[in-house]
Design a protein around this ligand. Structure first.
Ligand code: CA
Length: 295
């Protein structure tokens, strides 16, 4: 199995990034990843003033997947996520939903023990380990790893977790997959501007889907198919995530536009992934039992 060292970091998804590894469809890869601050905050005394903002949101990669051509879909199954034994959560003035309410920047180093994040003596949070940044290279302009868009990127979606398969567009030959920004714990919204940011390792299996037009990015797991959409305007993100699910039901499951709309209205949960990144991300979750499963 190939290991992609976290020495291979990128700060933007770009067609110009040189592949650091090549993989065949069906191959398993281990990505070593930094936390979103690239390990710069090691204690609660570390000053944010000294933070190097050019070294935030690093992703490990990119990997060239052999045979992946523009128009194909890259399917990335998350087999396992391992996180380090502590992470950092932060909030502060000018950041996140409460940025107008807060007067300073605060961070908290949170130990991870026995599958729990130790927020305080009384509050021990069960982990929901997830991958914040996962994407392919866009066809046009480079996109910062801090921004989510049609190529994936910083979607900060808690459904990008063990057992899920992320479907991403292939925009350039090989796809150029990169990922990072693990969170040990995060709630929908990520309202304070961060999850429990943590370094670690992600084991994935890559595959290529040929000849399918899907409204990527999508996620499938054992129970649901999900569409995702990112936009600076949360209303637009929600409307487009819904439209992509309706479109998926029409194309893949043969529903009329009216039936697809009614079914999503009855059974499709519209949920917020995050509302704090340069573009906000919404997902729509439909039970596979009603809509079928791709591949
Ligand atoms: Ca993130």
């Amino acid at each position: 199995m190939k290991t992609i060292s976290r020495e291979n970091v990128i700060y933007s998804m770009s067609a110009k990034n040189k592949p650091v590894e090549y993989a065949n469809p069906g191959e398993q890869l281990l990505f070593e990843t930094w936390d979103a601050l690239q390990g710069q905050i090691k204690s609660e005394n570390d000053e944010f003033g000294s933070l190097d903002w050019d070294r935030v949101n690093p992703a490990t990669g990119p990997v060239y997947v052999n045979g992946a051509e523009p128009g194909d879909i890259l399917a990335v199954r998350i087999d396992r996520i391992d996180v380090d034994d502590s992470g950092v959560v932060l909030c502060g003035k000018g950041m996140g939903v409460m940025g107008n309410h807060l007067e300073a920047v605060a961070s908290k180093i949170i130990p991870i023990q026995g599958g729990k994040a130790i927020f305080s003596d009384k509050i021990k949070l069960p982990l929901n380990k997830m991958v914040g940044v996962i994407g392919t290279a866009p066809r046009g302009e480079d996109i910062s790893c801090g921004t989510p868009d049609a190529h994936g990127g910083n979607m900060d979606c808690k459904e990008v977790r063990e057992g899920a398969t992320i479907l991403l567009p292939v925009n350039v030959p090989g796809g150029l997959l990169a990922l990072g920004d693990l969170h040990a714990v995060m709630a929908d919204g990520e309202i304070g501007v961060s999850g429990l940011e943590v370094s670690g390792q992600v084991l994935v299996t890559v595959d290529v889907i040929k000849g399918k037009k899907l409204p990527t990015p999508m996620i499938r797991n054992g129970s649901h198919m999900m569409t995702l959409y990112s936009d600076a305007d949360l209303n637009v993100a929600a409307d487009m995530a819904v439209a992509n699910m309706v479109n998926y039901l029409e194309r893949e499951a043969g529903f009329t536009p009216e039936d697809a709309t009614m079914l999503v209205s009855l059974a499709g949960d519209v949920r917020i992934c995050q509302i704090v990144d340069p573009k906000k991300t919404v997902r729509v979750e439909m039970p596979i039992a009603y809509v079928g499963r791709v591949k």
